[in-house]
Design a protein around this ligand. Structure first.
Ligand code: UT7
Length: 325
């Protein structure tokens, strides 16, 4: 019996030109390169230029993904943009990207699950594709977290960066075996009891301001490894696979210590773990597609590889996507 699978046709990414090293940051903030590297693994981050918005970053990543997939832009019938830093409160930044791409059919919307946004967007795209409602979906993660940083707060402002990544998914007939290409399984979770451990202290309905990111870093850290390993175990169970079957582990890039601890707990060897947090910092919903594009460009991830994506972030939200590249 054949089923529809969401197969990745291509990917792309974009980073703002302005790259700020830890040493440069330490001139403005009471911190050191040593502290940031030891606690997080981060060495630098990219910061969007004045007038450079989330939709601009997302558009550049989308164009790169479309070129990489070698498809006609007009064949895209759905755009999902994962972001917590949209250009405006509304309309969705996804419609700006849709317009700039010259697409005036189908649908486009934003999705907000903070650092898990790309996992939620991939899952949503997969559901629409498998239901037959849309055929070719552009999934983007794009963020300008530099705009919601409190640059006086050294406990958060050293951690985040700006950037964007994108993938093109297409519905293809499949025998539905584990060896067949496409998304094999997705698992999403959220638990609002933790909503004030990582949040922005402003908003349209509450303060009518944008607000700044606030985080109880240690609390987030404490929950992160357990939560992500749970949804990864769920993915293994659903597909009758194990960590040994994985070719690549592409986690959300928040902190190298969280990535290493998760990999250790799952017994995934270091050489299968994609780590880009040292170059990008935490780019929230953009971190996974940025890491995906890096590993494809470096010819690490290849057609047929089994790839585990996972993320955890504000809410808390967390989830996993297991796919055959
Ligand atoms: O993407 C969403 C998910 N987010 C995350 O995964 C983030 C999770 N949390 C973390 O990654 C870590 O908790 C942090 C990197 C944020 C912090 O690392 P930590 O080992 O938990 O440090 P801490 O917050 O316990 O702070 C230790 C010390 C404190 O000083 P005292 O109280 O021990 O004297 C801080 O004031 O480090 C100090 N500190 C800094 N020192 C230099 C905090 N930030 C800095 C800084 N530079 N930037």
């Amino acid at each position: 019996m054949s089923i529809i699978r969401s197969v990745v046709l291509g990917c792309g990414s974009y980073l703002p030109k302005n790259c700020v090293t830890n040493e440069e940051l330490a001139k403005r903030v009471d911190t050191t390169d040593e502290w940031i590297v030891q606690r997080t693994g981060i060495q630098q981050r990219h910061i969007a230029a004045e007038g450079e918005f989330t939709s601009h970053l997302g558009l550049a990543a989308a164009k790169a993904a479309i070129a990489n997939a070698a498809i006609d832009v007009q064949s895209i019938d759905l755009i999902i943009l994962a972001t917590s830093t949209p250009d405006n409160t509304f309309p969705a930044s996804a419609v700006s990207i849709q317009h700039e791409l010259g697409i005036h059919h189908g649908a486009a919307f934003d999705m907000q699950a903070v650092c898990s946004g790309f996992i939620f967007a991939m899952t949503t795209a997969d559901m629409y594709i498998r239901s037959g409602q849309f055929k070719r979906v552009l999934v983007i993660g794009a963020e300008t977290f530099s705009r919601i940083m409190d640059w006086e707060d050294r406990t958060t402002c050293v951690l985040f960066g700006d950037g964007a990544g994108a993938v093109i998914l297409e519905g293809q007939e499949s025998a539905g075996e584990t060896a067949d290409r496409g998304i094999l399984t997705t698992h999403l979770r959220s638990d609002g009891r933790h909503r004030d451990k990582l949040f922005v202290d402003g908003g349209v309905s509450s303060t009518q301001t944008t607000g700044h990111l606030r985080m109880q870093g240690r609390e987030v850290f404490k929950h992160a490894v357990g939560m992500v390993t749970d949804v990864i175990e769920d993915a293994f169970k659903a597909t009758n696979t194990t960590a040994d079957d994985l070719d690549w582990f592409i986690p959300h890039q928040a902190n190298k210590r969280i990535i290493d601890a998760s990999a250790r707990k799952l017994k995934i060897p270091g050489e299968k773990v994609v780590t880009t947090v040292q170059w990008h910092g935490n780019t929230s919903a953009a971190s996974i597609p940025l890491a995906i594009d890096h590993s494809v460009q470096k010819a690490m991830v290849k057609k047929g590889d089994l790839v585990m994506l996972e993320a955890m972030g504000g809410g808390f939200t967390w989830g996993s996507v297991l796919l055959r590249w």
